[in-house]
Design a protein around this ligand. Structure first.
Ligand code: GDP
Ligand code: MN
Length: 390
């Protein structure tokens, strides 16, 4: 799960990372007030979206007057920002961060990531900040320094100093860097983060280290024990289909095809998607409704799949071991009636209570297409799609 820059800055500041003073605004007027509260004569106004690369697409601006802060903020609110990282259709701007501008002497890159190879937290740092890490890795790979942290020891002081030296820092900046590194490490570890990135971490003209940007993302599987992080979730920044599925506890991944899939078991879901491809179709989603699917849960799965307007046919494929086919069938019938469904629905049931399940579907009188095998189901689904105009 990702959070906003201003939230990441607040967390990191709590561990001792120096960040500029700033304030959040939900309207252009409020952005103006924030600038006045902060004082000074230059502010940076920043669109808060779950993405980097905002600077390149006009989501970040240095402003010299309160009026400029207000008018630039007015251009941001409600806008969809498309960055290198978001892709189409971009992410909506509903919050804007205003902070006192810093005088930059040097920009550094600092990232903490999970290194799956060593199963440890790894620091990646570069003396050339400002660029995205992907570009840095291509354009200036020699400037990248990596350091793996032993979980039993934590980030040792000597390691932090070594990294500071390798970035070319001197004198008092080395001690500041050690403090920043240790703070980021603790913030990462204590909150079950997956990533902490400060880009740029700058050296100001007066020699202070300051985090001008901050990004954190968290392990979704650990959110149950991090309620203070879970409450930072912002559904406006998520794929609408995926956030509604997450609200309902369904494992859903949105895809680009038009065959909506409702399947139990991740393995069967993958196999079904392959089978759809083989039959010449494209799945609209991955969706695993899990083992104990009640009729209500099946109905919820239908609602989730139907939030995707590209869907033109729904394929239900249930192999009931723990599940019961009659429950699933009831769920399909309920969904058909309650959701006022008009799309073709292909259903393949197998396993526990399959006869009872089929009977429920037949007796419902609904135009449900029954299939016996996985291959059958995929072919029926592809054939049931409305014919596209040539
Ligand atoms: P990103 O493009 O989404 O990564 O947003 P950043 O927060 O990194 O801002 C983009 C760029 O704006 C930075 O790389 C800086 O060069 C510049 N910038 C951000 N804050 C300041 C500031 O306080 N002063 C100055 N002069 N430039 C800034
Ligand atoms: Mn940045």
């Amino acid at each position: 799960m990702d959070i906003h820059e201003y939230q990441a800055k607040e967390i990191l500041a709590g561990f001792g990372v120096p960040v500029p003073r700033g304030g959040l605004a939900y309207s252009p007027e409020q952005a103006g007030y924030r600038a006045r509260e902060l004082g000074g004569d230059a502010w940076v106004v920043k669109a808060q979206i779950h993405s980097g690369g905002r600077g390149e697409v006009g989501g970040v601006k240095l402003c010299r007057s309160e009026e400029e802060v207000r008018s630039f903020a007015a251009t941001l609110f409600g806008r969809q920002l498309v960055t290198k990282q978001t892709g189409e259709p971009g992410k909506g701007v509903y919050r804007v961060w205003v902070e006192g501008a810093s005088d930059i002497a040097q920009e550094l890159y600092l990232g903490f990531v999970l290194d799956r190879k060593t199963e440890r937290i790894m620091i990646v740092a570069s003396s050339h900040g400002g660029m995205e890490i992907e570009d840095l890795a291509v354009e200036d790979p020699d400037s990248l320094h990596r350091m793996v942290i032993d979980p039993a020891v934590g980030l040792a002081e000597f390691q932090a100093r070594e990294l500071a030296f390798s970035l070319g820092l001197k004198g008092g900046q080395v001690a500041q860097m050690v403090k920043v590194l240790r703070a980021c490490y603790r913030a990462y570890r204590d909150h079950d983060a997956m990533m902490v990135e400060i880009n740029p971490l700058v050296v100001t003209r007066t020699g202070e280290l300051v985090a001008l940007d901050a990004k954190m993302s968290f392990d979704t599987n650990a959110l149950y024990r991090r309620p203070e992080i879970a409450q930072l979730r912002d559904p406006s920044q998520e794929d609408a289909r995926e956030s509604s599925a997450a609200d309902n506890g369904l494992a859903y991944v949105g895809l680009t095809g038009d065959i909506g899939c409702i399947i139990n078991g991740a393995g069967l879901a993958m196999a079904t998607m392959d089978m759809i491809h083989l039959s010449g179709g494209e799945p609209a989603n991955f969706l695993d409704i899990g083992g104990g699917a009640s009729p209500e849960r099946v109905a919820t799965a239908f609602r989730t799949v139907l939030t995707d307007t590209n869907v033109s046919v729904i394929l239900v494929n249930i192999f009931a071991g723990i599940n019961r086919c009659d429950w699933v069938a009831e769920g399909v019938v309920q969904a058909y009636r309650n959701e006022g469904l008009t799309l073709p629905v292909v259903v393949r049931l197998a396993g526990t209570n399959v006869e009872a399940g089929r009977k429920i579907l037949e007796e419902s009188g609904l135009p449900i297409i029954a299939a016996d095998t996985l291959a059958d189901a995929a072919e029926h689904a592809v054939a049931a799609r409305p014919k596209l105009a040539a």
